[in-house]
Design a protein. Structure first.
Length: 114
């Protein structure tokens, strides 16, 4: 598993901010330092898990199968009229992702974009 490239800057700034906050707490509120450090570690691990990028190896049994493009739970499947690009009736599939899901959209079908 790796970290998505968009997460490095956020993780760096978060580490710096938490280091400053924990230094302040250490110097001025020494008795609260262990609590602040525990909360900081938990927050950093949570944000780190948000940017994780696991390696996926998916083999489809046939080309007729469509996978969900994201982790989570499919909550809506309905026909809608798309007005911006296609201007025709399409199938809308909505996937709810909790903060614990991997927030990366995968390729749901085999093919080539042309």
């Amino acid at each position: 598993m790796t970290i998505h490239k968009e997460g490095y800057q956020t993780l760096g700034w978060l580490f710096f901010a938490l280091a400053v906050i924990n230094s302040y707490v250490f110097w001025f509120f020494e008795d609260m330092y262990s609590i602040a450090l525990g909360v900081s570690i938990a927050l950093y691990v949570f944000v780190l898990s948000f940017f994780r990028k696991p390696e996926r190896k998916v083999t489809l049994p046939s080309d007729d199968i469509i996978l969900a493009p994201a982790d989570g739970k499919v909550v809506v499947i309905e026909k809608v009229y798309e007005t911006e690009v296609l201007q025709k009736e399409c199938m809308l599939i909505s996937v709810f992702m909790s903060p614990l899901n991997v927030h990366i959209n995968w390729y749901p079908v085999n093919g080539e974009v042309s």
